[in-house]
Write a protein that binds this ligand. Structure first.
Ligand SMILES: CC[C@@H](C(=O)O)C(=O)SCCNC(=O)CCNC(=O)[C@H](O)C(C)(C)COP(=O)(O)OP(=O)(O)OC[C@H]1O[C@@H](n2cnc3c(N)ncnc32)[C@H](O)[C@@H]1OP(=O)(O)O
Length: 252
């Protein structure tokens, strides 16, 4: 089974699906390679909207693959991995066309960061999402803290980051994290949400997105993401983090 799927639809949507439902669509290095490939394809003029989802109906993405990354012990080792994924999420954040996360299931930790890097989030009913990194004695490390603070009211972004909890769809909508709760098929619902944008010329969409990109550039977004990655790497090295991950993996 391929760990990711890239599909291009005739209406201009390019869809990237993380296809590891048995691991709740956790991100390992193969998924990073796949995301990089999909982002390169998304630059094509025929693509109007870039969408990301997860396979199955249990998880959108459960964040970093803890079994793959548990071997990273030091600050430098953690930095290399976190920096690679944060570079990809910055690329996604800065994509010069609309981007949407289709939350087919739970979005946890880095999964929530991936969703935050998109312009819009559409959730299936009854999904949960949250930046639970604090419970692992780390912070967001892929840029998600910076992204969400650009997208939400400051108090709502701080609440989500500092509570390190999961929220239901209604709460996520109230926080401004989710723009639409989908009834029925998620991809079909997203087409309804996006149809007005899909009618416009790709250069118009690009021009609008550039207004936001210029603002983020002026606000030093890339430097802030690097700082976030650095701080998370420092915490990663601590025994408190390794202990929590070992607990999740059932390692004594
Ligand atoms: C590393 C980057 C960092 C960041 O910068 O943000 C992070 O992402 S930290 C956050 C990492 N993520 C987590 O801590 C989430 C861990 N997972 C869960 O809490 C739960 O699995 C779930 C996502 C809420 C789903 O629960 P449930 O449906 O009950 O499934 P299971 O727990 O039974 O899991 C099934 C299966 O999948 C494996 N799994 C799940 N998440 C991960 C993960 N992040 N990494 C690796 N493996 C994961 C889990 O171990 C089970 O495997 P098997 O036991 O082999 O069946």
């Amino acid at each position: 089974m391929k760990p990711y799927i890239v599909e291009e639809f005739s209406n201009g949507i390019l869809l990237f699906t993380i296809n590891r439902p048995e691991k709740r669509n956790a991100v390992n290095y193969e998924i990073m390679d796949g995301l990089e490939h999909a982002l390169n394809l998304a630059n094509n003029k025929k693509v109007k909207v870039f969408a990301i989802t997860g396979a199955g109906d249990l998880a959108f993405c459960s964040g970093g693959d803890l079994s793959a990354f548990h071997c990273l012990r030091t600050e430098d080792e953690a930095f290399e991995m976190l920096n690679r994924m944060s570079d990809l999420l910055v690329k996604l954040f800065y994509l010069q066309k609309p981007t949407v996360a289709l939350l087919n299931g739970t979005a946890v930790g880095g999964g929530c960061e991936l969703a935050s890097a998109c312009d819009f989030r559409i959730a299936r009913k009854n999904v949960k999402a949250g930046f639970i990194q604090g419970t692992l004695a780390i912070t967001t490390g892929w840029g998600g803290g910076t992204f969400v603070s650009e997208k939400l009211l400051p108090a709502n972004a701080m609440k989500m980051l500092m509570e390190a909890s999961l929220y239901d769809t209604k709460q996520l909508e109230d926080l401004g994290f989710v723009q639409m709760i989908a009834d029925g098929d998620l991809l079909e619902s997203s087409k309804h949400f996006l149809e007005k944008m899909l009618r416009l010329d790709v250069n118009v969409l690009k021009a609008y997105k550039m207004m936001f990109i210029n603002k983020w550039e002026k606000a030093g977004l890339k430097e802030r993401v690097k700082e976030e990655v650095r701080r998370c790497s420092e915490l990663w090295e601590d025994e408190a983090h390794h202990k929590q991950v070992a607990k999740f993996l059932g390692i004594k």
